[in-house]
Ligand binder design. Structure first.
Ligand SMILES: [Zn+2]
Length: 424
């Protein structure tokens, strides 16, 4: 695996403002990392194994910054409800089932196969509160060759009795997973996962913040998804000025790498704190439509230099495919611009593509681009079935794939220079 050359029509976004396109070029990688992109192959690379994908597109693997593995069976269910009734009617009952390892195995093997199928080479995943099925999910992802952060969910208040953890036990079990998994794999890592402020006591948040900082472990949670949720947090924490301050107070807001899903109702001041602390926003437009949550003003975050990526947010979101989420993000930004604020320019295609590749990929390090030193996470796209006899530029071909392509067009997947075959 040490050395590999891929030949084809290369497309990526090293910055959000434009696609970089190289028609019929070579991309060379050593030790899983990109060395360069060349029109002619220099003599020193000619004895490297060459995969010839002439006429096919070579693009970065997709990055999903936010999804809930145990909600996979619930895709498409109850999406005529809003967030809190949906959580209580569908989500919490389903998440209670993962005490059963056999059930978890069935669901997670479907999910991992589908992640592979839709070209999501890296994902950041909420598991359930259950330690054993969380470890199982991590082991299964390791076997698959895909990259992921996986977090055992923590919650000790305001949920159903089956999902209410003992505070100390929740912290201890989280620590056990961290110690067992933090150095076990280069591609699958633990992440600390308080579900969101309303379901986590101060004692729990304090304990998790300490674990994150002491072990250098990243954090993921939800933020300002829904108006009544924001009000609820205000009621629960009158001592602090806003939602962001609650996480920040307990070491869960950028003290280590952090992702916050949704970020629809953040104040200007909260967005400034995100920018200052380098906290990632995971934009999940499908979920936000489905649960009548609202539309994230993504342009504001980009203008203020907050790192932003995309999330499928299964199963609030109904679609696992990141190119579909890219399109939904463009559509959402157009409605926001049209109906709310003419200063919030809609996303361009290259911006949406960037968010679903390098934008989220940066959370993993040098991931999501083909610049020198980046991990060679790549998809080979056969877009011949999308053509209607017209001649298209490479930039037009990638737009077409984003809008009308699907997993049938993805014919090979690579993670860190290794081809990943269909998970068992
Ligand atoms: Zn979520």
């Amino acid at each position: 695996m040490a050395k590999i050359v891929l030949k084809g029509d290369i497309v990526f976004t090293s910055n959000k403002d434009r696609f970089e396109t190289y028609e019929d070029y070579y991309i060379v990688a050593e030790n899983g990392k990109v060395v360069g992109i060349y029109e002619e192959l220099a003599d020193e690379y000619k004895n490297y194994p060459i995969k010839d994908y002439t006429g096919k597109m070579i693009i970065p693997g997709f990055v999903d910054l936010h999804l809930h593995a145990p909600q996979y069976p619930n895709r498409g269910l109850g999406l005529d409800k809003e967030l809190i009734p949906w959580l209580n009617t569908y989500t919490f009952p389903e998440e209670s089932k993962y005490r059963d390892i056999e059930y978890a195995k069935k669901v997670y093997s479907n999910l991992i196969k589908d992640l592979w199928r839709v070209g999501t080479t890296r994902s950041v995943i909420f598991s359930s509160i259950h330690r054993e099925s969380t470890k199982l999910l991590m082991d299964m992802l390791m076997d698959s060759g895909l990259g992921a952060y996986v977090g055992k969910v923590n919650m000790d208040r305001n949920t159903t009795p089956e999902l209410t953890e003992d505070t100390q036990r929740s912290i201890v079990e989280t620590e056990e997973i961290i110690l067992e998994y933090k150095d076990k794999s280069n591609l699958v890592k633990p992440i600390i996962t308080p579900r969101f402020v309303p379901t986590c006591s101060v004692e729990l948040m304090k304990g998790l913040g300490k674990l994150a900082i002491n072990n250098g472990i990243p954090v993921q949670s939800h933020l300002s998804e829904n108006v009544s949720e924001v009000e609820w947090v205000k009621e629960l924490h009158p001592e602090l000025p806003d939602y962001v301050s609650v996480y920040n107070e307990y070491g869960l807001f950028g003290q280590t790498n952090t992702i916050m899903a949704h970020c629809i109702y953040n104040t200007e001041n909260e967005i400034d704190i995100m920018a200052r602390n380098g906290v990632f926003a995971a934009h999940c437009p499908y979920s936000n439509y489905n649960l009548s949550s609202g539309i994230m003003p993504v342009r504001k975050f980009l203008d203020k230099k907050v790192p932003v990526g995309l999330g499928s947010d299964i199963s609030g979101g109904n679609n696992l495919s990141i190119p579909s989420v890219m399109v939904a993000a463009i559509q959402a930004s157009k409605i926001k611009w049209l109906e709310t604020d003419k200063k919030l320019q809609p996303l361009t295609s290259s911006e949406a593509f960037f968010l679903g590749t390098k934008g989220g990929g940066i959370f993993f390090g040098k991931v999501g681009s083909f610049e020198e030193g980046y991990d060679l996470d790549a998809l080979i796209i056969d877009d011949s079935s999308l053509m209607c006899g017209n001649e298209l530029s490479l930039e037009e071909r990638i737009q077409k794939f984003m809008y009308i392509g699907d997993d049938r067009n993805i014919i090979h997947r690579y993670v860190r220079g290794n081809e990943v075959s269909e998970p068992k």
